[in-house]
Ligand binder design. Structure first.
Ligand code: FVH
Length: 299
C-alpha cells in the first residue's frame, strides 16, 4: 500500500550509508519524506525518488511530526538539532551512542517539549528493507511514541521495544556488538594459526576457504553456550549444567597458547581471556564453567 495520504510524514536527518538506505524504504512504502543532510549533494538521488529536501535541520523538523536522526555520533545530533523547534515532535535517534548518551538525549529532547525514543540498529545498510535478512532495531524510551509509530518504524527493519529506559537500546546494541568484536578477534587468531600452511602445495596445504566453512560451523555449534551461561548467572550456581569445566579449559588454553607460539603467532588476543579464567580457577572454582569470569570484569 503506497497511498501517501494515510502514511505518517517522516523527517530524516542524515543521509550517510545508513540514512540513505532508511530513506528509500519509507519512500517505497509511500511515506511523505523530508530529508536533510549536512552535505546537500547526498540528497539529490532521493529528491529524484520523491523526497522533499530541506535546506536546514530546522526546516526539516518543522515538516513532519516524526523526526528520525541517523547521524555519525551523539555530538552531531546536538549540532544538527540545536536551532530546531522540537516542541510537540516525536524524535527517534538511530545514531549509535552509549546508554548514558541515550538517557541524556531523552532528557534534552523532553526539556524541549519532544517525546524521545533511542534506537540501536542491528543491521548493515544492505539489510535495510529486506525482511528476510533478519535485521532489526532495538528501541527504548517513550513507550507511547513507540506504540503510536510502531508501523512506520517497522518499515526499514524489524522493531524490538526494550522498555522505557532510554539507555537500554544502546546497551543491548553495544553488548551484541562487543560479543561480535570478541568473535572477530577469535576468527583473526584462528586464521593466523592456519595461514602459514595455506601456501603449501596440494594435500600438504590447508584451504582457507574450507577452513572458513569449518569455522562458521564450529562457531554456530558453540553459540549454544550463551543459554548455559545465562541460566548459571540467573540461578547463581555457576556449576549448573556445566559441559566443560574451568580446570580443563584453563589447561586446554595452555595448549592453545603453545600452538600459537609453535606457529609463530602472537598470543596477544588470547592471553587476557585466559588470564581471567585462571584468576577464577585460582580463587577455587575448578568445577564451574566460565560464568564466574563475568563478574571479574565488573571491577
Ligand atoms: N553503516 C553501518 O553499517 C552501521 C550499521 C549500524 C548502525 N550504524 C550507525 O548509524 C549511524 C549512521 O551511519 P552511516 O553508515 O550512515 O554513517 P556515515 O555514512 O558515515 O554518515 C554519517 C552521517 O552523519 C552526518 N554528520 C556527521 N557529522 C555531522 C555533524 N556534525 N552535523 C551534521 N551531520 C553530520 C554525515 O553528513 P555528511 O558527512 O554527509 O555531511 C552523514 O550524513 C552511525 O551512528 C553508525 O554508527 C551504521
Amino acid at each position: 500500500d503506497t497511498d501517501t495520504a494515510h502514511k505518517t510524514p517522516v523527517t530524516l536527518l542524515g543521509l550517510g550509508d545508513m540514512g540513505a538506505a532508511l530513506a528509500r524504504t519509507w519512500l517505497a512504502a509511500g511515506h511523505p519524506l523530508t530529508v536533510w543532510n549536512r552535505t546537500p549533494s547526498k540528497a539529490e538521488p532521493l529528491q529524484a525518488y520523491g523526497a522533499r529536501v530541506a535546506a536546514t535541520p530546522a526546516e526539516a523538523v518543522a515538516a513532519s511530526p516524526l523526526v528520525i536522526a541517523c547521524l555519525l555520533d551523539d555530538a552531531s545530533v546536538e549540532d544538527a538539532l540545536k536551532d530546531a523547534e522540537l516542541a510537540g515532535k516525536d524524535l527517534v535517534n538511530l545514531t549509535t551512542g552509549t546508554p548514558g548518551e541515550g538517557r541524556a538525549r531523552r532528557g534534552w529532547a523532553e526539556r524541549r517539549g519532544a517525546r524521545f525514543l533511542d534506537g540501536g540498529i542491528m543491521a548493515v545498510p544492505p539489510m535495510i528493507g529486506v525482511p528476510e535478512s533478519g535485521g532489526y532495531v532495538f528501541y527504548s524510551g517513550s513507550g507511547a511514541l513507540y506504540e503510536e509509530h510502531r508501523a512506520t518504524l517497522s518499515v526499514p527493519a524489524g522493531a524490538v521495544y526494550a522498555g522505557e529506559d532510554a539507555g537500554h537500546a544502546a546497551l543491548l546494541d553495544v553488548a551484541l556488538l562487543s560479543a561480535m568484536t570478541g568473535m572477530f578477534a577469535g576468527i583473526t587468531h584462528a586464521f593466523s594459526l592456519v595461514r602459514g600452511e595455506a601456501g603449501k602445495e596440494g594435500e600438504e596445504g590447508i584451504s582457507l576457504g574450507e577452513f572458513g566453512r569449518l569455522l562458521a560451523d564450529w562457531l554456530g555449534a558453540m553459540s549454544a553456550s550463551t543459554g548455559e551461561m545465562a541460566a548459571q548467572l540467573e540461578s547463581g550456581d555457576f556449576t549448573q549444567g556445566v559441559v566443560s569445566n574451568l580446570a580443563m579449559m584453563v589447561q586446554g588454553n595452555e595448549t592453545l597458547l603453545r600452538t600459537a607460539r609453535e606457529q609463530g603467532v602472537s598470543t596477544e588476543l588470547l592471553t587476557p581471556y585466559t588470564d581471567l579464567m585462571r584468576e577464577r580457577l585460582d580463587a577455587g572454582h575448578p568445577d564451574e564453567g566460565t560464568a564466574g569470569t563475568v563478574d571479574l570484569l565488573r571491577r
